[in-house]
Design a protein around this ligand. Structure first.
Ligand code: ATP
Length: 237
């Protein structure tokens, strides 16, 4: 079943057009990567889906058009967005950040149960639960951003460039967690990345965006060896 269906999506910043009639869909339970070089439009696309930017065209989630639905309601419907640069509250502790991620409707006991669950997945966050988020390493902050998003019990988890500023081994660790959320919890993933080779090891399918347009797509296993696509669109030598 299609969970996210994007048709002819266009986004303008004033008179500047950042996305040109982008169309693609993500099925329930898929792990999809959106790949593209700097400035291709990846962040813009995620922000349009999560309700942070107005758009033209249509974006539907679980069969429901999102254009008139607020960002907060989209989150309540199960659309979570981990922004580039993590977006954790640096002056709050790890535990407080997780509490802030719990859905408004979650009871205290549900939130407590969810925290325990995500502390199991991210044991380093449990060890640092009383530390300020701003004092964590880059990798730990990315893990906190993921765990905080998970507190909203998403069905569609979108993550903007998890690898940014992280060592390859930490990026692998985070992508492996996404893969297990996908395989074991059936969560649908849409991950934006420039780091093509690492991401394609984990995703099922990928779309390539260049200058605001979707220019290529395919099974991750096919794209992994496609040097032409990498050279033409992704700035990989
Ligand atoms: P990066 O990997 O560098 O974050 P990206 O693929 O996420 O790149 P976007 O940030 O979506 O790309 O930017 C797409 C285009 O829109 C770029 O040309 C960018 O300069 C432009 N753009 C982004 N934000 C704004 C803004 N607030 N005002 C005007 N133009 C913008």
């Amino acid at each position: 079943m299609t969970l996210l269906d994007i048709k002819d999506l266009s986004v303008f910043y004033g008179k500047t057009r950042a996305l040109f009639d982008c169309s693609f869909s993500v099925d329930e339970g898929e792990f999809v990567a959106l790949l593209g070089a700097n400035g291709a439009g990846k962040t813009t696309l995620l922000r349009a889906v999560s309700g942070l930017l107005p758009f033209k065209g249509s974006v539907s989630y679980a069969g429901k058009g999102l254009d008139t639905i607020s960002a907060q309601t989209r989150l309540a419907l199960g659309v979570a967005h981990i922004p580039q640069g993590r977006g954790t509250f640096t002056e709050f502790t790890v535990e407080e950040n997780l509490s802030l991620g719990a859905t408004i409707v979650a009871s205290r006991s549900q939130a407590k149960e969810d925290k325990e669950r995500w502390y199991e997945t991210f044991p380093r966050l449990r060890e640092r639960r009383n530390q300020l988020a701003g004092n964590l390493s880059g990798g730990e902050q990315q893990m906190l951003a993921v765990a905080r998003a998970l507190m909203s019990r998403p069905k569609l988890l979108m993550c903007d460039e998890p690898s940014l500023g992280l060592a390859p081994s930490i990026t692998q660790e985070i992508l492996a967690i996404f893969k297990s959320l996908n395989k074991e919890a059936g969560m649908t993933l849409l991950v934006v990345e420039q780091n093509v080779d690492i991401t394609l090891q984990y995703a099922d399918r990928a779309f390539v965006i260049e200058a605001g347009q979707i220019v290529a797509s395919g099974a991750a296993s096919d794209l992994i060896g496609n040097e032409d696509i990498k050279k033409s669109y992704l700035g990989v030598a």
